[in-house]
Design a protein around this ligand. Structure first.
Ligand SMILES: NC(=O)C1=CN([C@@H]2O[C@H](COP(=O)(O)OP(=O)(O)OC[C@H]3O[C@@H](n4cnc5c(N)ncnc54)[C@H](OP(=O)(O)O)[C@@H]3O)[C@@H](O)[C@H]2O)[C@@H](O)CC1
Ligand SMILES: [K+]
Length: 516
């Protein structure tokens, strides 16, 4: 499992290790600085040969302390290193002060006032101004100076941020104040921070490396975790494989409700997704006027007529229908008609609500929340989220005035608690939260980017993947996590040129690679 930490959680882990006598703060700082240098040389091996010039900007806290260690280690490799300090050396915290003194035996520390683009021309630029301790917005001129100096010549200078690009909040990934730099590489310690995967972080950092500094990994329920292959291998992949003596009903029966004539494409995409992910049977619930349109375009999928609420109630008498999907291409009126029936079905099928099924309740979210139950998954994108949870979205989108800022993780947790079911808040930083507060991020950033996923219908396929997994017996949160992860895997496997139809068809290749 890969846990993502808030700055408070990281501080707690560091402090516990120091208090136990296992390590000193100074040793941790030395390992952090050495980790930064190691990561730089791994990223750009050419910097390992010969002497180069580095500029290190150090801040007033322990992030600055790491910077002094990096400066020392680079100079020991024969580099020419210039160091600038933001703040007063007398006020540095003790470990940073020790490293400041060690560096002073080797070189000068220039004052911040001397900082200008010419002075900071270098092969390597180290931003060690603020890390996890940034608690209030950067002063405006500081933000501007960071931009000016961090980008003297982007074609030749590599910009490396220690722990966080200065100006970004480690818990939310939001900018605190204007300015701040763009980093080619961010080197963090022990575990990535939640903020590395949210909001502006991944737009401002090209790649992220996490270095071990010898601290133990302690897991607890309050931590956010990254949805990754290691976790899914144990929890989810066995449930995707099919055993030789199983039959189709063992793998569940999903019902996807479609829209009317000319509006059935989204539901067909979702249905194909549900089938490919392994639901035993998938039926499209179609109004009479659209029956011909759908019938001519499907093969392995089945079709049943669902004209209105009473029809749906009849169809749901079949207790084998154990997962339902409502929303894609449905139209808000049809959604208002059918959603209450789906949510009230006596045998308790699991229900995914997406797109129009969410928008249908924009004027009266409380009505929807009153009907939802623990076996539901809501899959809003940003717009749908804001319609259902306007106050939460407003708080999330507000310019932060202090850190830690209210994050997408906080927002999704609050939304799940209010809805009483799992909420999957889409984006390259998809956040999945359970009403209990359990929360994960399925990231399509850094080395897992999937820009081609931004295509019409891709969300419909995701809703179908999750519905298919629910049909197969996955619990709601696990279905949401697994579906979202496979969605990104399929997109990455297909690569450029991807359209939504390709996503379900790419799954067999992904499954083969995973050895399922
Ligand atoms: N702890 C450990 O064992 C290890 C920690 N490590 C490293 O330490 C980093 C965390 O260090 P940190 O906690 O000292 O915080 P840091 O990011 O340096 O900033 C705090 C300083 O900034 C100031 N300040 C804040 N906001 C400001 C603003 N807007 N404008 C101006 N000033 C502002 C704030 O001032 P204050 O609020 O106190 O007035 C304080 O002086 C972490 O990211 C990692 O790199 C590693 O070495 C591994 C071991
Ligand atoms: K930094």
């Amino acid at each position: 499992m890969t846990e993502l930490l808030t700055s408070a959680q990281m501080r707690q882990i560091e402090q516990a290790a120091i208090d136990s006598g296992a390590v000193t703060g100074l040793e941790l700082m030395e390992r952090a600085g050495a980790g930064v240098v190691e990561a730089i040389l791994a990223e750009w091996p050419e910097l390992g040969q010969g002497a180069h010039r580095a500029v290190v900007l150090c801040g007033p806290g322990n992030n600055g302390g790491d910077g002094f260690v990096v400066a020392r280690l680079l100079q020991e490799r024969g580099w020419d290193v210039g160091v600038f300090l933001y703040g007063d050396a007398e006020k540095l915290p003790p470990d940073a002060r020790v490293n400041y003194e060690l560096w002073r035996k080797m070189g000068a520390v220039s004052s911040w006032e001397d900082l200008n683009a010419e002075q900071t021309t270098a092969d390597l630029f180290i931003d060690a101004v603020f890390g996890t301790g940034l608690t209030r917005p950067l002063p405006e001129e500081l933000g501007r100076e960071l931009i000016m100096t961090a980008t003297p010549d982007k074609t030749t200078t590599k910009v490396v941020a220690v722990d966080m690009p200065s100006g970004l909040c480690a818990d939310s990934g939001k900018m605190l104040g204007g300015g701040g730099d763009f980093s080619d590489l961010v080197v963090s310690f022990h575990s990535a921070k939640v903020g590395h995967y949210l909001d502006r972080s991944y737009q401002r950092c090209n790649s992220l490396v996490v270095k071990d500094i010898g601290l133990d990994h302690v897991f607890d329920e309050s931590q956010v975790h990254l949805v990754d292959q290691a976790r899914l291998s144990d929890d989810s992949f066995p449930g995707i494989s099919k055993r030789k003596f199983d039959h189709k009903y063992t793998h569940g029966h999903a019902l996807i409700l479609s829209g009317g004539f000319g509006k059935t494409g989204a539901a067909r995409l979702a249905a194909r997704g549900a089938l490919r992910i392994g639901a035993g049977l998938v039926t499209l619930g179609v109004p009479g006027a659209a029956q011909m349109e759908v019938a001519t375009r499907i093969t392995a999928l089945m079709l049943t007529r669902v004209e209105d609420a009473s029809n749906l109630a009849e169809v749901l008498e079949d207790r084998r229908l154990n997962a339902l999907c409502l929303g894609p291409g449905m139209g808000v009126e049809r959604a208002r008609d059918l959603v209450p029936v789906a949510l009230a079905a006596r045998h308790g099928p699991r229900v995914v609500l997406d797109a129009d099924a969410l928008t249908a309740y924009a004027d009266c979210p409380e009505t929807l929340f009153a009907m939802l139950h623990a076996n539901c998954v809501l899959t809003p994108h940003g717009g749908e989220f804001a319609r259902l949870f306007p106050d939460i979205a407003e708080r999330l989108n507000k310019e932060p005035t202090r850190g830690p800022a209210y994050s997408k993780v906080d927002a999704t947790r609050d939304a799940a608690a209010r809805a009483g079911c799992v909420v999957l808040f889409k984006g390259p930083d998809t956040v999945i939260a359970h009403p209990s507060g359990a929360c994960s991020i399925n990231a399509a950033v850094y080395d897992r980017e999937a820009p081609w996923l931004a295509t019409a219908g891709s969300g419909d396929v995701l809703a179908g993947f999750i519905t298919g997994l629910l049909a197969r017996g996955f619990a709601p949160k696990q279905a949401a996590e697994t579906g979202a992860w496979l969605h990104v895997e399929a997109a990455r496997s297909f690569g450029p040129g991807l359209v939504a139809e390709d996503l379900p068809e790419e799954l067999p290749k992904v499954f083969r690679r995973l050895g399922l």
